[in-house]
Design a protein around this ligand. Structure first.
Ligand SMILES: Cc1ncc(COP(=O)(O)O)c(C=O)c1O
Length: 355
């Protein structure tokens, strides 16, 4: 019997989430952002599930696109960071990938490709996030100077810094700056990520780029019916009772205040369960909430099951998923769901479950 530490990928949830988020903006096109191995869910898994639904996929780097091509995924793929090296332009052309251009150097690389072998490109505009993109007052010059390498596919894109904050002044400012730039040209546009799609109607234009919402995290409060796409689970591999006053784990970071039943669970930071989860981080066992006690080890955690009736070795433990929100665990860990999802390690099998 193998170790019961697994990430169950809920196929129906991913399909549901794509459909729910797309239907918020029925006049737009939606692309599925499946970079970082589809936020840990398996890029090929997710691309197969969304085949025929998402017209395009997006990844961060060309290597991620090539993995999808090797698996037979044929839809156009937008490479959000564009090319890091000139030779990636030829690869993008061969593999029907669209490169997002954010530096003049990248545009030069494309210009130097044979005219009939240039990859399709998008132009990224920096409207205030100051991470990638041409400055707002630079874009007119860029469009003129590189007119010859633009194509039918060319989209003007930007990214919002504070889309998950409904009160943010930054978002209306970015949207206004982008609208001004976009109005100068006739390009299709792309602005919204998942939180923007939910919270900012003016951002829903052209191509919406759906990431974390597909995977069921609720990056923004609301009534949007998205469902958890991953249940991370493990099992109890040891059980003991310790007297009040004894401590558990490395550094004796938790001390029992009463006689306590401690279950050791076969998952640790080498699997991607965050080491900095503190005492009190919730897990679900046998339908009850229990708490992490003691430090997370490389391959194991310890939980206090004193109040959970009839725990046995082999019982399943949910770290997050259908019964425990990943956002709740992320809050305990002082991080965001994106980080938890993407850090599940290769040691954890992803099991796609259709039901
Ligand atoms: C440029 C870009 N667009 C879209 C997304 C998807 O964002 P989200 O996962 O918040 O939907 C990301 C994610 O980081 C991104 O970097």
């Amino acid at each position: 019997m193998s170790r019961q530490t697994q990430a169950i990928i809920h196929a129906d949830a991913i399909i549901n989430n794509f459909s729910v988020l797309s239907s918020i903006a029925p006049d737009c096109d939606a692309m599925a952002v499946i970079k970082a191995d589809a936020y840990g869910h398996g890029g090929v898994n997710v691309a197969r599930l969304l085949r025929g639904r998402a017209k395009r996929f997006a990844v961060a780097i060309i290597e991620e696109a090539l993995v999808l091509r090797d698996a037979g995924i044929v839809e156009p793929i937008v490479v959000l960071e564009g090319a890091h090296q000139p030779r990636e332009c030829a690869l993008a052309f061969q593999h029907n990938c669209i490169l997002v251009m954010h530096t003049q150097q990248q545009l030069e690389w494309v210009r130097h490709c044979e005219p009939d072998q240039r990859p399709a490109i998008w132009l990224k505009v920096d409207t205030g996030m100051h991470r990638l993109g041409f400055a707002v007052d630079e874009i007119e010059h860029i469009v003129q100077a590189y007119h010859g390498i633009l194509c039918e596919e060319t989209v003007l894109a930007t990214h919002l810094a504070c889309a998950d904050d409904e009160q943010s002044d930054a978002t209306p400012e970015q949207l206004a700056a982008f609208s001004k730039v976009a109005a100068q040209f006739n390009f299709p546009v792309s602005i919204a990520n998942s939180p923007a799609t939910i919270l900012w109607p003016q951002s829903r234009r052209g191509w919406n780029r759906l990431g974390v919402g597909l995977y069921g995290s609720q990056p923004v409060a609301g009534d949007v019916n998205i469902k958890p796409a991953m249940t991370l689970r493990s099992s109890v591999i040891a059980l003991r009772t310790i007297p009040a006053g004894d401590s558990v784990g490395y550094g004796q970071a938790w001390t029992a205040t009463r006689d306590s039943r401690i279950a050791t669970v076969g998952i640790g930071y080498a699997d991607g369960y965050p080491r900095h989860c503190p005492n009190g981080t919730p897990v679900i066992i046998n339908g009850s909430k229990a708490e992490l006690v003691g430090r997370v080890s490389m391959d194991m955690i310890t939980i206090d099951v004193t109040d959970v009736p009839t725990v046995s070795i082999g019982d399943s433990v949910e770290l997050w998923g259908e019964n425990l929100s990943i956002d709740e665990v992320a809050a305990h860990a002082g991080t965001i769901s994106y980080e938890l999802m993407t850090r599940i390690s290769a040691r954890v099998p992803r099991i796609v479950r259709h039901r």
